[in-house]
Design a binder for this molecule. Sequence first.
Ligand code: ASP
Ligand code: MG
Length: 404
Amino acid sequence: MSLIVQKYGGTSVGDSDRIAQVAEHVARTKRHGNQVVVVVSAMGKSTDELISLAGQVSKTRPGREMDMLLTSGERISMALLCMALADLGVQANSFTGSQAGIITDCDHTKAKILEVKGDRLREALARDVVPVVAGFQGVSTSKDVTTLGRGGSDTTAVALAAALGAECCEIYTDVSGVFNADPRLVPAARKLGKVSFEEMLEIAATGGRVLALRSVEYARNHQVALHVRSSFTWEPGTWIVREDPSMEQAIVSAVTHDISQAKITVSQVPDKPGIAARLFRGLADHSINVDMIEQNTSVSGHTDISFTVPRADFALAHSVARDLSRQVEASDITADESIGMISLIGAGMKTHPAIAAQMFETLASQEINIEMISTSSIRISCVVGERDVERAVQALHESFALAR
Ligand code: ASP
Ligand code: MG
């Protein structure tokens, strides 16, 4: 008998009809001789609605109370699903994150999991009861309810799969898997059958929105095989697994894009030790996540530093950079909110040096200007104008024959 953790996202439990269908699928999985642990998200857009409600009554929105509020969304889904299962003759008990023994740090609204006890889930399984766990939440070391950050139910599911030694963790969503480009931009985008954790980490970090980045990191660190699939068609989806040296490695697996960032350039900064350190320390002190960084070779003792930040942090990052540029007597600061980042990802790139050249040639043939470039061993990313993103993704998908 194998143990499977099934996670259902917000659209999968979006209304009563969806919940009934999920209950049917859980019952079916159990009938096939498996043990099942279920993790649910809040119904539809209810987390967004709760956040907006909080914003209407409060400007400060204390983290402890936000977490108390937001965890209620998942409690609704878990109780309703257990009721639907009861009608099918499947015994199921709901558990909050705290009851499931998910222990986190005290960082409200973005807590990290420290330990997963899971005793009550094991007891339920031993009694042939299906545990249905509220996603995205836990209890802190100081006994307060916490949440794991937006999209955190994926992480709950992976953490439970690791702690309970599940055979795999199925992530049910409204798309049928991970595609090698966004199907809304590229109609010929193909569903990937299998990708490695490393590739999936790059895909998630560069704009592929199917899985939360942290859940992929957790899965890689604990070697939990993930299966992303649709709760609308129930067809097999994409497996995310450890890289297998025997498997043929695609040179390019996917092309992703991200239009959630903005670019800031500090020009003519004195080229001497400590300037970059001060700039990026200033940004880090404001918890601003910097993604790409580029510094030019200096000309007559001065250089330019460009970097990208989330658009949501743009105003703050801009003012931090402006303050610093005054202090160090940099000549100018420019900013561009309409950029897009295009990335090519593939494990086989490690041994194929011509990929970058082909990527730049493809963009050149479309008269698309590259503003910044960054690479890892299995990824090449270019910043371009936001208006060029769609054409760039389509041209690259075509150039690397990803439709086949
Ligand atoms: N309901 C939470 C959110 O929307 C957690 C999740 O869905 O994973 O962020
Ligand atoms: Mg969600």
